[in-house]
Design a protein around this ligand. Structure first.
Ligand code: CTP
Ligand code: CA
Length: 238
């Protein structure tokens, strides 16, 4: 796509994008993490800024990607840090896009010193604690009147499909569960999506409409997602 073809249809709109995978420390040198590259979130932040938005990118430390031009970048490590950053940034944002892969669980305790094998304290398992659901928290807070500026909340779902159903089936259930306005569903597994430069999937809306997104670059995927966001903003939705 030619850069001069980018519409300025998000002029002055405040957009928060989260990107990358959170890391949950076990001790000062080890963490539980995931394979999110952050590329989709970065592509969204870059394009939203090109379309005129005032973008805050809340980026997991893991991404190692250069800051996109004209975007305010905040770095976080854990899901809990991500939650604090999102909750603060969402306060005056019209759009929040949760592209980050948030750890569902964290180690229940974090050792102050490096864990040593053979030590008396050597663990044979890792106790885990559930992290808060940040996306669901935003939807709940908006429903209670706590986010008056926020008009569009976008979630992501990376699904492999399983015996209960395919990726789209899981995506539909997730949209209903999360209560967000748009859910971007990606098919993952067997080297699909994570770290790649291309993506495909579906865009599911709370009103029941569904669009397939053709296979293409994460930048093209971003165009489709932001087109749906601007359509919702234009609707006077919420
Ligand atoms: N998410 C979040 N907080 C969490 C977990 C997920 O905000 N603790 C967000 C992600 O950023 C994403 C969406 O919720 O936008 C869906 O994440 P996903 O992991 O697919 O959803 P879960 O409800 O955790 O479901 P699953 O059991 O499939 O992991
Ligand atoms: Ca999850």
């Amino acid at each position: 796509e030619r850069s001069d073809a980018v519409p300025r249809d998000l002029e002055g709109v405040r957009v928060v994008v989260t990107a990358g995978g959170t890391r949950e420390p076990l001790d000062p040198v080890r963490f539980l993490g995931n394979r999110s590259s952050g590329k989709q979130g970065y592509a969204l932040a870059r394009l939203a800024a090109q379309r005129g938005a005032e973008v805050t990118l809340i980026a997991a430390a893991s991404t190692g990607l250069p800051d996109p031009p004209a975007v305010r970048v905040e770095r976080i490590g854990t899901a809990s840090e991500l939650q604090s950053a999102v909750d603060a940034a969402a306060q005056d944002a019209e759009v929040v896009i949760m592209a980050a892969a948030v750890a569902d669980f964290r180690p229940a305790t974090r050792a102050d010193a490096k864990m040593k094998k053979g030590a008396a304290s050597e663990p044979d398992s890792v106790a885990l604690t559930r992290n808060p659901d940040i996306l669901k928290g935003l939807v709940t807070r908006r429903g209670a009147g706590g986010l008056p500026a926020t008009r569009v909340i976008v979630g992501f779902a990376a699904e492999t499909g399983d015996a209960d159903g395919d990726a789209l089936h899981h995506g539909r259930a997730k949209l209903a569960r999360k209560g967000c306005d748009l859910l971007v569903v990606n098919t993952v597994g067997d080297d699909r999506t994570f770290g790649l430069d291309s993506n495909d999937g579906w865009l599911l809306s709370a009103d029941g409409s569904e669009r397939a997104i053709e296979h293409g670059s994460k930048s093209l995927m971003s165009t489709r997602i932001l087109d749906s966001v601007t359509a919702l903003l234009g609707d006077g939705h919420c």
